[in-house]
Design a protein around this ligand. Structure first.
Ligand code: COA
Length: 293
């Protein structure tokens, strides 16, 4: 991580946040601010993905995301109490994570089943992250360790938020990918994205053997029905690199509306994948689309 970013991080958690702390904030000490920002950035107890001390070992991108979250707290765009409870829930330290109704074991549409992740999914999921064609529109391949961390993160999301990316399976074929909603905990440069945690993003990633059969759209419809129903989410976004036509086609098939573009903050300006397109869908328009279908 560049020294300047490291300095900004330390300044934020060691001086600016403790000095700004109001009496009603749930924490006042530097290591508590660091815990909250890092757990929410990493999507789990931060030591699962970063060696201590964090200030020395965070990647440049993790550091930028954690700083963005801290700046949102200082600016009143993120509720420290909510972030603290989420961090404690990620650590299993809240006796009852406030959540919507517990997720079902699975969602089904004929031969298509969305289910919770299982220990035996590791190899098939890692194969997706290691396939250059599948990952063509991502900044890089995911090695086995990264894929294991992704799976852990999905489990944490279901436990803490009540939803997350589901394992997509087909009868007779087994696991073919992931589809589902994920709460965006990073500050994003699009309307509403400045309030971390308030936007829910739909994501999808399928093995090549499953492409071109309309599976992403069918799976996303199942996941959206659950998000807008059981989970009480009011709207969802989806975004993808401008070059990712198959992903855009899924958004259009779902009846999502284009809402402009933005430069993804995880990528350097000028990176060929930086330019992203944003789409939105409200629960009401999803429901009326379903009734009209
Ligand atoms: C994006 C993705 C999930 C779409 O899933 P899908 O179930 O194949 O979607 P569909 O069957 O509706 O096909 C979508 C479009 O992709 C096209 N497509 C399918 N296979 C393709 C291929 N091998 N190469 C190029 N286009 C292909 C389809 O023809 C369709 O276009 P059309 O609507 O003009 O006919 C899938 O392509 C994928 O996993 N891609 C890699 C991961 C990824 O990019 N995820 C999204 C990150 S935002």
């Amino acid at each position: 991580m560049p020294d300047a970013a490291r300095g900004r991080w330390r300044e934020l958690v060691e001086r600016r946040l403790p000095q700004a702390a109001r009496p009603d904030w749930p924490v006042h000490r530097d290591h508590c601010f660091a815990r909250i920002l890092l757990d929410n950035t990493c999507g789990g107890p931060w030591r699962e993905s970063v060696r201590a001390p964090a200030w020395a070992n965070l990647s440049a991108d993790q550091c930028a995301a954690a700083i963005g979250l801290g700046e949102a707290v200082l600016a009143g765009r993120a509720d420290l109490d909510v972030l603290n409870r989420r961090s404690l829930a990620l650590r299993g330290k809240l006796r009852k994570p406030e959540s919507v109704t517990p997720p079902p074991d699975g969602l089904r549409d004929g031969d298509l089943v969305l289910r919770r992740w299982q220990a035996g999914d590791e190899a098939a999921f890692a194969a997706l992250g290691a396939d250059p064609e599948v990952m063509r529109h991502f900044p890089g391949l995911h090695d086995a360790a990264q894929s294991r961390a992704d799976l852990r993160g999905f489990q944490h999301r279901f436990r803490v938020d009540g939803f997350g990316p589901w394992a997509v399976t087909l009868v007779g074929e087994g696991l073919v990918g992931l589809v589902g909603g994920a709460r965006v905990m990073r500050v994003m440069p699009f309307p509403g994205g400045d309030r971390p945690g308030e936007t829910v993003e739909l994501c999808w990633r399928l093995a090549r053997s499953a492409w071109g059969r309309g599976i992403a759209t069918r799976a996303a419809r199942l996941a959206l029905g659950d998000l807008f129903g059981r989970c009480g989410v009011a709207a969802a976004v989806a975004f993808t690199a401008e070059s990712n036509d198959p992903s855009r086609r899924v958004m259009e098939r779902l009846g999502m509306s284009p809402d402009g573009g933005f430069a993804h903050p995880a990528l350097p300006p000028g990176h060929p994948l930086a330019a992203h397109l944003l789409y939105r869908l409200t629960a009401a328009s999803f429901e009326s689309g379903r009734l009209g279908a």
